[in-house]
Design a protein around this ligand. Structure first.
Ligand SMILES: [Zn+2]
Length: 492
């Protein structure tokens, strides 16, 4: 065989094989050289963009809701490591009305050593290469959608709750620039959740390459996007840039979305207390209120799985205390938002069926069936699979001792798949996230709060006459609202 033939055979082998091992050290070195990041110890980049609230979409199948970021700046000190990001935010309130200005900040201090925090440093194009150089990396050639990449993989020194290192995978293009970085972190709803960082439109600033377009996705939808206008390599005041201002700014992610409730919240869960609303109907008090409803041979929970696993388990325990010796058969989910659903794995582990509106089913089924290896939860430990039943417009739960009607609330901007529960005999209605009644002596809101109007329209449409209204989020001051309260806040 001639040398030419051997070359042709070798080329064929590359084409045929999806993955060919390469020398990782050389690959990382070449990429750092092309990126101009060999001597980079810190960086500041700036521009404008958006954060998107994970798990807070209006429709379970839609994009996460957007909060615009003006004057976005992120500084990273790779040596500490530490990072601080700030921006001016503009977002429309979920209750409606014009956008309001706010502030975003995220402080990652050396003490915030969890991967969920640190990934903001190590999934940047420059951080990825530094992480690969510092941790044993592997490299292989791969062709994806007709484009040739060298795929570099390394494992983090940080460990997940199950004791595993997190995997970090970077895609280096044929220009030796980092196109994409992937990692996986634990999430109560998505399980081992893919976090993708996408980099494109590379530009050059005094020899340092930077992507003018950055996108981070979680659960398949963008959670951040940035149009990067410029970078400063090794800023002399980096120590100051990554230090939160005095005045007790908390380290950690000041996420735009309400906290979806990680395991970290477990310690803050106070022992639940409950309150009898009627025979066999108990309000289970907490940051998110639930209701336990007694049937002849089982219990039905309303919003039994909010916040996190610990809160759901506390609700389950309290329900069994106030209604002893009966299994929990159903838990009614008001809507899919992660602050209302992050305890659902505990509901599944309990053997109960989740009841949700039609529109949420496919999303929840896919998410709750995903692997949970990084942080096994009650559901994955139990070996049980999620059971999900749905409501289109109305469903009745009934036996000879109890009647509960479930209704779909229509026309609500906050969430498409919103359910309420109504007990016609007791005239108790339970709901979430539609309105917050103004304090007693405040003037009638003008314009009216959209969610309040939508709620009242639905009461008229469904011909419901509730006397006591229980909100999942306690009113201030805490009380059960009346229909008169609602009409008053609408100026009627
Ligand atoms: Zn909500």
């Amino acid at each position: 065989m001639t040398g030419k033939c051997l070359g042709a055979i070798a080329l064929l082998a590359v084409l045929a094989s999806p993955a060919v091992a390469q020398d990782a050290k050389t690959v990382i070195g070449n990429a750092a050289k092309a990126m101009g990041s060999e001597n980079l110890t810190s960086i500041t980049f700036y521009g404008s963009g958006a954060n998107f609230g994970l798990g807070q979409s209006n429709n379970a199948n839609g994009a996460w809701p957007r909060t615009n970021l003006n004057d976005y700046v992120r500084s990273i000190d790779f040596t500490q490591p530490a990072s601080r990001a700030t921006a001016v935010t503009w977002a429309a309130p979920v209750t409606g009305g014009p956008a309001v200005q706010g502030a975003f900040q995220q402080n990652i201090l050396p003490a915030n050593n969890t991967w969920a925090q640190q990934l903001e440093i190590w999934t940047t194009p420059w951080g990825f290469l530094k992480g690969a150089a510092a941790n044993t990396a592997t490299a292989k050639a791969q062709t994806i959608a007709g484009r040739k990449y060298t795929v570099v993989t390394w494992m983090t020194p940080q460990k997940s709750p199950s004791g595993q290192s997190y995997k970090v995978v970077g895609y280096i293009n044929d220009q030796n620039l980092v196109d994409k970085v992937e990692t996986w972190i634990e999430n109560p709803i998505f399980g081992d959740m893919l976090v993708e960082a996408l980099y494109s439109e590379y530009r050059d600033a005094n020899g340092l390459k930077y992507p003018a377009m950055m996108v981070q996705k979680r659960g398949g939808q963008p959670t951040f996007e940035g149009q990067i206008l410029g970078v400063n390599a090794n800023p002399t005041n980096i120590a100051q840039l990554v230090t939160p201002p005095a005045g007790g700014q908390r380290g950690g992610g000041a996420a735009a979305a309400p906290a979806a409730g990680g395991r970290g919240g477990a310690q803050q869960v106070a022992a639940p207390t409950s309150e009898k609303l009627a025979d066999g109907v108990y309000r289970i008090n907490g940051a998110y209120n639930a209701i336990a409803i007694e049937f002849k041979d089982h219990i039905v929970l309303f919003e039994g799985g909010p916040q996190n696993e610990a809160r759901a388990m506390a609700i389950i325990a309290e329900a069994k205390k106030v209604i002893p010796n009966k299994p929990i058969r159903y838990s009614i989910l008001t809507h899919h938002h992660f602050d209302h659903s992050s305890g659902l794995p505990a509901i599944v582990a309990e053997g109960a069926t989740i009841i949700t509106q039609d529109v949420n089913k496919a999303f929840l089924e896919k998410a709750l069936n995903a692997p949970r290896t990084l942080a096994p939860d009650a559901m994955s430990k139990s070996g049980k699979k999620p059971k999900i039943e749905t409501v289109a417009e109305k469903r009745v739960l009934q036996d000879e001792t109890r009647l509960v009607e479930l209704y779909h609330i229509t026309g609500l901007p906050h969430a498409d798949g919103m359910l309420i529960a109504y007990l016609p005999k007791e005239k108790i209605l339970a709901y979430a996230d539609m309105f917050n009644l103004p304090p007693a002596n405040d003037p009638v809101p003008n314009p009216p709060v959209v969610g309040t109007g939508v709620f009242e329209q639905n009461m008229e449409r469904l011909k419901l006459e509730p006397e006591r209204l229980l909100s999942v989020h306690s009113l201030n001051p805490d009380r059960l609202a009346t229909r008169a309260d609602i009409l008053k806040s609408l100026g009627r």
